[in-house]
Ligand binder design. Structure first.
Ligand SMILES: NC(=O)c1ccc[n+]([C@@H]2O[C@H](COP(=O)([O-])OP(=O)(O)OC[C@H]3O[C@@H](n4cnc5c(N)ncnc54)[C@H](OP(=O)(O)O)[C@@H]3O)[C@@H](O)[C@H]2O)c1
Length: 324
């Protein structure tokens, strides 16, 4: 028997239930991973609430690190005892042990410890594709990233800075201003207090930025479009404040000839080659010290309800993990 967090219905944090289940043996192309740390991600709240509906009952969670305990008869890329991490479907990372397809599990280099590994496979791989594939940033470009002190934000801003970008970050409280600065932002705007559009235009001498990375969604969308320069790119990659309303192409996109994209990991990390390239770039960033991870908080898996409450009330500043 292994412990796992399940949901039987969508709703608030209280729908998260601890269960004990039998998981069985790995199929020929599967491995059994004993999770040592589980990444807490905002997307988990969308799965729980039903914003991104799941077939119920369901496990929850996408990201974890651990040790290979058993391998299926056809597995050749991994061995028993390997330290590994993953961020992928099927959903169900909030568990002590689980079965996974072997091609979705990445062997960790020895320098990366398991707790750090559980925070980077969703957030870090997302930072990789946003900066290198969705819109390829260049040195000296001024870029805007919302929720810069958050989990994705801290990795993204350090990485962008290491490329040579000038990074404008927004945050929701004074406490988070110094955190965003420490993680590479040149200018930090507290958007709970100040009008971020005005501040961005002031900083760029009225020109605007070539790209906005927006994981906040509803509350920041209009202002983000206003921050873009002509032919700018709006990257809407999340909905922390709520999903976007319909876009009016004639009013919102056409006047500046903007590009709009709504990417997710599945669009950029679906093949084995893409996943390996992105992971290797991410591990290099950590090994060269260009991205440093400070875990903000660890929760026991049993305390998952509190973890979700803290995440949704914006109390989690940076990467957080659940310990099974
Ligand atoms: N598309 C993809 O491939 C992909 C992959 C990973 C993550 N994401 C998205 O990236 C975003 C960041 O994810 P994360 O896991 O690192 O979370 P996070 O940034 O640690 O937490 C979300 C942050 O959003 C901000 N926020 C603004 N308005 C909010 C509201 N009404 N309620 C809650 N939070 C609000 C808060 O920061 P402030 O207090 O500073 O405003 C909060 O800390 C999420 O939207 C997530 O879904 C997308």
């Amino acid at each position: 028997m292994t412990k796992i967090i399940m949901i039987e219905k969508h709703g608030g944090p209280e729908v998260l239930q601890l269960k004990n289940i039998e998981i069985g043996k790995p199929a020929p192309n599967e491995v059994l991973v004993e999770n040592k740390a589980i990444g807490l991600n905002f997307i988990d709240t969308y799965h729980r609430s039903g914003l991104y509906p799941l077939k119920l009952p369901s496990g929850i969670g996408l990201e974890a690190s651990g040790v290979i305990k058993e391998i299926g008869s056809k597995v050749s890329n991994l061995s028993i005892g390997d330290n590994v991490a993953y961020a992928s479907l099927p959903i169900g990372a909030y568990a002590k042990e689980r079965l996974l397809p072997c091609n979705k599990v990445i062997k960790l280099p020895p320098e990366i410890n398991l707790e750090v590994a559980a925070t980077i496979m969703t957030k870090g791989l997302t930072a990789f594709y946003l900066l290198n594939k969705t819109y390829k940033v260049s040195a000296n470009e001024v870029i805007l990233f919302h929720a810069a002190a958050g989990g994705v934000g801290q990795i993204f801003c350090q990485w962008a800075k290491s490329i040579g970008c000038k990074v404008i970050g927004t945050v929701g409280s004074e406490e988070k201003v110094s955190i965003a600065k420490k993680n590479g932002c040149d200018l930090v705007i507290n958007y709970s207090k100040d009008n971020f559009k005005e501040k961005v235009l002031e900083y760029t001498n009225g020109e605007g930025v070539p790209v906005v990375y927006d994981g906040v969604g509803e509350k920041t969308f209009e202002g983000s479009l206003d921050c873009l320069k002509i032919r700018g790119t709006m990257v809407s990659f999340g909905n922390a404040s709520g999903p976007l309303k319909e876009i009016n192409v004639t009013k919102q996109i056409q006047p500046k000839g903007l590009f709009f994209t709504r990417p997710s990991m599945g669009h950029y990390l679906s093949t084995d080659a893409e996943l390996l390239e992105a992971s290797s770039e991410l591990f290099n960033q950590l090994n060269y010290g260009k991205v440093k991870i400070e875990i903000f908080k660890k929760y026991d898996l049993e305390n998952v309800i509190q973890a979700h409450k803290d995440l949704e009330s914006r109390k989690i500043i940076g990467p957080a993990i659940l310990i099974p």
